[in-house]
Write a protein that binds this ligand. Structure first.
Ligand SMILES: Cc1ncc(COP(=O)(O)O)c(C=O)c1O
Length: 340
């Protein structure tokens, strides 16, 4: 928020934000009176980033008089769960260099990684490895928080941002603005201290720390598989593997009957599906429209956080619901009803 506040001066200032995105960005940009410039992640290639699309969106925004000043990316993604490749990160940095954009690297899920062949790579590492002229000129802000990873405990709040290549005068201004919040919570700061400086070998709690954090991460990794496999075993559902973060974002291919039935009760099709799912099973999910989705596609977002022992039952309930739903709304009668 503080960073975007410094960047956005008026409604002509634009920030590139991925679609689908975590609504924190759309809401903050709206609150600050700026302009969200969308760029679309590519679902067919595991929600990767398409630099051609980025370029297209910037040109379109500039044609409308928008002064594009920054680019946000979320890695690993929320709601999409992908980890960006080093090549994608290099392309992003190159793009920001060429277009003179501040790069906002939301890396709050950096510890939540569930596959070995796509590890988390920080934008700062890629920037430094690229060397001159990138490493000393691309302005980068990297974010992290204690609420994710394996530390996340309800109510414990703390986070930081790291500034690279930001002008010292801007840094001073940021300190001034941050100082308005006089009393940060103490336990949150302790958590943050523990996150950046965890127990070391030989420390009294080291073995317990390693065992507990490993157990949490391994369980999350198993849950990511159970959930993605569960979705992909359903009729009309396609789900990219949750490589990282805490979410699955399956696409639900709704039959025309479901789209018509939703319309007849004044609901968006994804909202209709999620409400029916909630009513039938008690499973609460978020319609994809809350995050942005390509026109004509429907998604839902769910976390991979249910207790591991409950996961098979949750997925079983989902599968049964989905089968019944697809059978019911494949019926022509719903399409006919909407035409009346
Ligand atoms: C992508 C992303 N960025 C930032 C945040 C904010 O984290 P916090 O509330 O711990 O500051 C979240 C929280 O869910 C998130 O998903």
């Amino acid at each position: 928020m503080q960073l975007l506040n410094v960047l956005i001066r008026n409604e002509h200032d634009g920030v590139l934000v991925p679609i689908p995105q975590y609504p924190l960005y759309s809401a903050t940009i709206a609150l600050l009176g700026g302009c969200l410039v969308p760029y679309y992640l590519n679902e067919e290639s595991n929600w990767s980033l398409d630099v051609k699309d980025l370029r297209k969106q910037v040109i379109a925004a500039r044609d409308k008089g928008i002064n594009v000043r920054g680019l946000v990316f979320i890695n690993p993604g929320n709601p999409t769960g992908q980890c960006l490749s080093t090549t994608n990160l290099q392309q992003l940095i190159d793009f920001c260099f060429a277009e003179n954009l501040v790069l906002f690297a939301d890396e709050v899920y950096q510890q939540n990684i569930y596959q070995d062949d796509r590890p988390f790579v920080s934008a700062k590492k890629v920037l430094k490895d690229l060397g001159s002229p990138y490493s000393e000129s691309v302005e980068l802000v990297s974010f992290h928080t204690v609420s994710k990873g394996f530390l996340g405990e309800c109510g414990q709040r703390g986070g930081y941002f790291e500034l690279t290549n930001i002008h010292p005068q801007v840094v001073e201004e940021l300190y001034k603005v941050a100082s308005i919040s006089l009393s940060p919570n103490v336990t949150g700061q302790i958590m943050m201290g523990l996150m950046v400086s965890p127990p070391k070998p030989g420390d009294i709690s080291y073995n317990e720390y390693i065992a507990e954090s490993k157990a949490v991460m391994e369980s999350l990794r198993r849950r990511a598989h159970i959930m993605t496999d569960g979705f992909n075993s359903c009729e009309n559902v396609i789900c990219n593997f949750t490589e990282g973060a805490m979410y699955s974002f399956p696409q639900i291919k709704l039959p025309p009957g479901a789209v018509s039935a939703a319309k007849s009760v004044g609901k968006a099709p994804d909202v209709f599906y999620c409400l029916k799912l909630l009513e039938a099973t008690g499973i609460s999910t978020v319609p994809g429209s809350g995050f942005g989705q390509k026109e004509g596609t429907f998604h839902l977002r769910t976390t991979i956080l249910p207790a591991e022992k409950d996961m098979p039952e949750v997925m079983d309930k989902f599968q049964k619901f989905n089968t019944t739903f697809m059978a019911e709304y494949s019926d022509e009668k719903y399409v006919v009803t909407s035409k009346l």
